[in-house]
Write a protein that binds this ligand. Sequence first.
Ligand code: MN3
Length: 198
Amino acid sequence: MLFTLPKLTYNYDSLEPYIDAKTMEIHYSKHHAGYTNNLNNAIKDTVFENQSIESILKTPNLPNAVRNNGGGYFNHCLFWDILSPNPEPISSEFKSLIEEKFGSFENMKEDFAKAAATRFGSGWAWLCCKNGELIICSTPNQDNPLMENSCGGTPILGLDVWEHAYYLNYQNRRPDYITAFWSIVNWKQVEINYRSSL
Ligand code: MN3
């Protein structure tokens, strides 16, 4: 079984001005396509060949090529999925769950932004669900919360803070990119991810 690059449900320029078309094009057609191809090459004729991506990521002591490209494949699939040019607002029910856990919706965004801004070098910030509880974490490189030595939750919202995700438009201003991200988060999809993680 080979992994395939999922089709984007919007155009490269659809997320402007928050994410520019050139960044989207390179990010999707070069970076994500590269992780997908490299993952397929890395799992060929191995025990991973017929496993789900989640099952692969949860395996202890992954070979580096599988870890990096498997994480890269999964992380970007989730990332494109929770972004939308016409994001639906958060439901009052899901918002209440966030408020219950973080005190307020704004507090959650602040904690998430802090995780994203303080991740040194390349990596990801995550909102996860672990045993029904919402938690925020970050991972280095293309690691994922499902992997060993990570938070162990199921990621439901993720932000790519590799420079390839924002440098053309934001250069060194990662915090501006993080702020812009909230304008294109499709909370309906995040809630679907949350419900299916339970
Ligand atoms: Mn990326």
